[in-house]
Design a protein around this ligand. Structure first.
Ligand code: MG
Ligand code: MG
Length: 647
């Protein structure tokens, strides 16, 4: 499989773009004329620079407003084409994209367009160049790849072929399966882009909101499967116009692009087993069976605060690492590791972020296969020396710099608590806590799509539609990824303003990502009663909230009172019910949550986020007023956060 990306997809000057594209592993580029018009060297120099990066120019674009013109426009269009051909020869590329005419001067008629393309093909052939014709979704007469194909078919010239673009096909709601009837050797080039479904002007949508395949709502896999079924053997190229990407890090965006292409072609191979896809084999998307552990990095003082808080939720000291300053606290099926080592990854994480979640352990069927798939997708495996008698647990670097470890039954990795830890007999009270329901991660809004792609390509998960959660100080964009079994649930919260709690959390912890961990309870009222005995400081919810939900859901007095007296938030979806209770905020905005799902409720209580935000803000003000400021700054030493909208 030959991979390519349009230079317009990423930020930077041409040199930066090429370096990032080459480093991400692409084979080629589509070059945009503007990219080298702004460059201080001629086309020959650009071509040399591209080749010096080990890349190939697989397409030159765009050549606009060509076909169907009356004279004298027509003669001038051919003249313009010859000048483009000159540039292409100097660049060292043989294929030009001719997009369907948008000019008011253009005349309709398939035969007229075919005649023009045939003549252009004739001129191109003299120079050993090729013409690829693409239907723009907003073309004046041609906006459907089926019409574009008919024009190419009638042009009947070996140097004239079709270019298909997933965005244009989906923008016009054309069934991509219609591509299957086109001969693969007449498709000269394939451009791929995804996009969120937004009802707006097509041109504006296209120029600002395209995303990498897998980051939006279009079925790019079905599109690519249809193209692959034709026997198409050319490059698979990303053409992404996105304001955010143009402002992002060239390296990160290029890496996302390459990852999205590999995952896409892997998905095509799985959905179309009879089609040969030229891509090294890799394990299928990984099913996560549950969260094995959450690991915090801390210093001794802050570890004491943390373990006190864990104790207030009934977590007992369940073990100590055989050789390291690493302790295990457990309750129900939840394992929390607290790492106060003075070296290694956790210590680096502590120095960078203060007390933070530095590692997430996930249970999978095959830990080795998980790392193998991650590596095939361009993720770095992580290795740290292990001592004698310790298990070597497969791990990767997660997208925010944190670690992810994977445990499985088959290789005995689930036994790490017995092999690596000296267990304590301390019995933990029955709190009704069973497992980790979800993990809430916070990142800058610009990075949300990167995180999303990381999870959706590695794991067998679905993403739910993106929600805007209102924080009084700004917006938090919230996107959930989860699997059908409910054994993997992550809420990703993209903060666009520093003044939101999510934004504050990011800036104060220098990018630490896990902002909350939610435990699942089998009986929230039992858990609430137990928490009252263990001294848990819970978030107090306003009386107005309970009056509101009583009216909204028609709850009876006794039930409402039970919720209110325990500060339990409530939500309902059909027959499903959801109960949430929160710890107060710690440090720069971290919190624990305890939830119960009943009757198949599959959401996260988004409707409650504003009420909870207000409560967190009140609790913080009190906390800040009572805090002892003599301790050194850290995420856990009670710095004041502002408000929260993240769910
Ligand atoms: Mg295109
Ligand atoms: Mg939550």
């Amino acid at each position: 499989m030959k991979t390519s990306i349009a230079t317009v997809s990423i930020s930077g000057d041409l040199r930066e773009k090429l370096a990032a594209i080459a480093a991400a592993g692409f084979d080629g580029i589509e070059i945009f004329e503007n990219d080298f018009l702004a460059f201080d060297g001629g086309p020959r120099e650009v071509g040399r620079m591209v080749r010096d990066h080990g890349l190939e120019i697989v397409l030159f674009q765009p050549f606009r407003d060509f076909e169907g013109l009356p004279e004298p426009h027509r003669a001038r269009a051919f003249e313009r084409a010859e000048r483009k051909f000159d540039v292409m020869e100097e660049l060292g590329t043989d294929l030009v994209l001719v997009c369907s005419n948008v000019s008011p001067a253009a005349l309709g008629g398939i035969d007229r367009a075919a005649d023009d393309l045939r003549q252009l093909g004739e001129r191109a052939a003299r120079r050993n160049l090729r013409i690829g014709y693409e239907a723009l979704a907003w073309g004046r007469h041609v906006w459907d790849h089926r019409d574009a194909w008919e024009i190419v078919r009638r042009a009947d010239h070996s140097n004239v072929g079709l270019i298909v673009d997933s965005f244009h096909t989906f923008a016009r709601k054309i069934d991509p399966q219609s591509i299957r009837s086109i001969p693969g050797d007449k498709i000269f080039f394939v451009q791929l882009a995804d996009a969120p479904l937004i009802d707006m002007d097509l041109l504006y949508w296209s120029r600002h909101f395209r995303t990498m395949p897998g980051q939006g709502d279009l079925d790019v896999t079905a599109f690519s499967g249809a193209v692959a079924a034709t026997g198409y053997a050319g490059p698979w190229s990303l053409e992404i116009f996105n304001d955010q990407f143009r402002g992002g890090s060239p390296g990160a965006i290029a890496a996302d692009g390459h990852r999205s292409l590999v995952a896409l072609m892997d998905a095509v191979r799985r959905s179309e087993p009879e089609i040969a896809v030229e891509l090294a084999p890799m394990p299928a998307p990984i099913t996560v069976q549950g969260v094995e552990f959450i690991e915090f990095a801390a210093n001794e003082t802050e570890a004491a605060d943390l373990t006190k808080m864990l104790g207030s939720m009934g977590f007992g000291h369940a073990g100590r690492h055989i050789a390291k300053d690493v302790d295990l606290y457990s309750n129900g099926g939840v394992n929390i590791v607290v790492n106060t080592e003075r070296e290694g990854f956790a210590h680096s994480a502590y120095r960078m972020h203060g007390t933070c979640v530095c590692d997430i352990g996930l249970r999978v069927e095959d830990a080795t296969a998980t790392v193998e798939r991650a590596r095939a997708l361009g993720t770095e495996a992580f290795e740290q020396p292990v001592g004698p008698g310790e298990l070597k647990i497969p791990a990767i670097r997660g997208v925010g710099g944190g670690l992810m470890h994977f445990t499985d039954d088959k290789s005995g990795l689930a036994k790490m608590w017995e092999t690596d830890f000296i267990r304590r007999r301390e019995t933990a009270p029955d709190m009704g806590i069973t497992h980790i329901d979800h993990i809430g991660q916070t990142m800058n809004y610009e990075e949300l799509l990167t995180w999303l792609l990381f999870y959706t390509t590695l794991f067998d998960v679905e993403k739910t539609p993106m929600l805007d959660v209102v924080d009084p100080a700004g917006l938090v964009r919230s996107q959930v990824i989860q699997n059908d079994q409910g054994t993997m649930r992550f809420t990703l919260n993209g903060a666009d303003r520093r003044s939101t709690l999510a934004g504050h959390f990011i800036s104060e912890s220098f990018g630490s990502s896990v902002q909350h961990v939610a435990f699942a309870s089998s009986d929230i009222f039992k858990t609430a009663a137990a928490l009252a005995r263990t001294g848990f400081e819970r978030l107090t919810i306003s009386a107005n909230y309970f009056a509101d939900i009583q009216a909204r859901f028609g709850l009876d007095d006794a039930f409402t009172e039970a919720l209110k007296s325990s500060n339990i938030l409530y939500d309902r979806d059909g027959d499903g019910e959801y109960f949430q209770l929160y710890s107060t905020l710690y440090g720069d905005g971290f919190f624990f949550e305890i939830v119960q799902r009943r009757g198949g409720y599959n959401g996260y209580g988004a409707a409650n986020a504003q009420f909870r935000t207000a409560a967190q803000k009140r609790a913080l003000t009190t906390h800040a007023a009572n805090q002892d400021d003599s301790r050194p700054r850290s995420t856990w030493s009670g710095r004041q956060a502002t408000t929260s909208g993240a769910r």
